[in-house]
Write a protein that binds this ligand. Structure first.
Ligand SMILES: [Zn+2]
Length: 69
C-alpha cells in the first residue's frame, strides 16, 4: 500500500502538533525547499524547519493555498 506523502505549498496554513509558546497552532508556509520557513500566524515568529522534520510536526493542513494551474 502506498501512503500518500504530504506536500506543502507556499501559503498553506498548517497546524502543528505542538502549540507555540504564544498559544498559536497555525503556521503559514512562507518558503519551501529542503528547508521550509513557516510563520506563526498568531505572533508572527518565523522558524526554519527541514522538510523531513516538518512532516513529523504537522498535525493537519488547515488551509490549502490556491494553486494556479
Ligand atoms: Zn507564535
Amino acid at each position: 500500500m502506498i501512503k500518500e506523502i504530504p506536500r506543502y505549498n507556499l501559503g498553506d496554513i498548517l497546524e502543528f502538533k505542538k502549540t507555540h509558546p504564544c498559544g498559536g497552532k497555525a503556521w503559514k508556509v512562507i518558503r519551501t525547499g529542503v528547508d521550509f520557513k513557516v510563520e506563526c500566524t498568531t505572533c508572527g515568529r518565523v522558524v526554519m524547519i527541514p522538510r523531513i522534520d516538518l512532516r513529523k510536526k504537522v498535525k493537519k493542513v488547515l488551509e490549502r493555498a490556491e494553486i494556479p494551474e
